[in-house]
Design a protein around this ligand. Structure first.
Ligand code: DI6
Ligand code: FE
Length: 409
């Protein structure tokens, strides 16, 4: 361990490694040695030889602040044009989500605003949304397409998502969600799905524009058969699979996703025990989206006790989107997951670190603080890890470290 000089050595009163199975894996008076952007060593300060200046080029003492893995928001739709505050007002006045969609609002209203927005505008607005997350210690974000639907706009959205990776400090994972809604110019969902599989998915795979493919599998979205067609094509092209499943009804989308070894199934308010067993077997992560649950004033909760019983990893995300989850704070989702769904503060933090990493296929490199992993670390002004889920509207993050480098907060 001590025959190489680290680039930096971080010291802190408490390091939440998140590597233990059922607790924070806390190291008191801990230290992290970083080399080439990765964690070279992690342990107790008592194990280190003095003077520290011989161990590393830079020493940063965070004193009483806590360190944790940088947070991961594993489900967002954060590139879109316009906003839908008018629909919020209509819903408060008694209109339903479906009625608004039928009257020309809903997803297709955002599709229109997105298609007509310039690349520069989409990039600028998305950067601001990312910055909001970054300030809360988020170091990795998944971004879905799905508000373009036509070839040009969908590819544009995925390219913008990729360029955000180059221009921001945040790691971006991209997901193609062409099967989000039926575009207004398409007469039938079957034809649209054929088009996605024949035209768009091969392009995306060739140009490496998406890491994963997602489908809104729901009675108001796409059927099991249509979803399966997309999954089959995605697998053939080597793309990972995710699924908006069991958000409004139980149609068995999770079992189907499990059959194709999906990385995650997301929403899950109506998930059955059969669905839970299927995803437990396939190693699929259950992604909970309390922001959408809250905005839709849903009363049906995801089956947390069953997910625990079958040891399914539970992640939490913002689902940032203009219709059902205009949420810009991942920390608020920790609080809502505890209050609405009964998660413990530990489960909530695991849900935005190690389980969120697994939901993106990044568990080997991100999500915990262990030797060999990327040194993505959040620094917190807290005295108890439960504070991360406890506050509403406070931000105790004082710094984000990305691949060993400090990012100002
Ligand atoms: N489920 C949702 O809650 C959002 N998309 C999805 O598949 C809704 C998106 C919107 O209303 O714009
Ligand atoms: Fe979503």
């Amino acid at each position: 361990m001590e025959n190489q000089v680290w680039d930096s050595l971080l010291l802190s009163r408490s390091i939440l490694t998140m590597e233990a199975k059922h607790d924070y894996g806390e190291i008191n008076n801990g230290a992290i040695g970083i080399k080439d952007g990765h964690i070279a060593w992690i342990g107790s300060q008592t194990e280190l030889s003095q003077p520290y200046s011989q161990l590393a080029n830079t020493i940063i003492d965070y004193g009483h602040h806590f360190l944790s893995p940088a947070l991961i928001d594993c489900h967002t739709h954060l590139i879109y044009g316009g906003q839908r505050a008018n629909e919020f007002a209509l819903r408060l006045a008694g209109k339903t989500y479906a009625e608004i969609a039928l009257a020309g609002g809903g997803i297709n209203a955002t599709v229109h605003a997105t298609r007509t927005a310039s690349d520069d505008d989409l990039f600028r607005i998305a950067s601001q949304r990312l910055l909001n997350l970054q300030r809360e210690g988020v170091g990795c974000v998944e971004i879905k397409s799905g508000y373009g639907l036509d070839t040009d706009t969908e590819l544009r959205l995925l390219r913008i998502a990729r360029s955000l990776q180059d221009h921001s400090q945040i790691k971006i994972i991209t997901t193609y969600l062409g099967a989000h809604a039926l575009p207004p110019e398409y007469p039938s969902a079957d034809e649209y799905i054929d088009f996605i599989c024949r035209e768009i998915l091969p392009k995306i795979a060739t140009e490496h524009l998406a890491d994963a493919v997602d489908v809104f599998c729901e009675h108001i979205g796409f059927t099991l058969m249509q979803t399966e067609q997309v999954f089959k094509t995605a697998r053939r092209l080597g793309l990972a699979i995710k699924c908006h499943a069991e958000q409004l009804s139980d149609i068995g989308a999770s079992q189907l996703a499990a059959k194709y070894q999906a990385l995650s199934v997301d929403h899950l308010e109506f998930l059955s025990e059969a669905g839970v067993k299927a995803i437990a077997q396939s190693g699929t992560v259950a992604v909970l989206l309390p922001g959408a649950f809250y905005m839709l004033q849903e009363t049906q909760k995801p089956p947390i006790a069953l997910l625990r019983k079958h040891q399914v990893p539970m992640a939490i995300a913002t689902d940032m989107n203009p219709g059902t989850s205009p949420v810009g704070s991942l920390l608020l989702m920790l609080n809502m997951a505890c209050i609405f769904f009964g998660l413990t503060p530990y489960e909530a933090l695991a849900g935005v670190t190690k389980h969120a990493a697994k939901a993106l296929g990044l568990e080997k490199t991100h999500g915990t603080l262990q030797p060999g992993k990327v040194a993505d670390i959040a620094v917190w002004d807290i005295k108890d890890p439960a504070e991360l889920a406890y506050y509403i509207g406070f931000n105790p993050c004082i710094q984000l470290i990305k691949a060993g480098k400090k990012i100002c907060n």
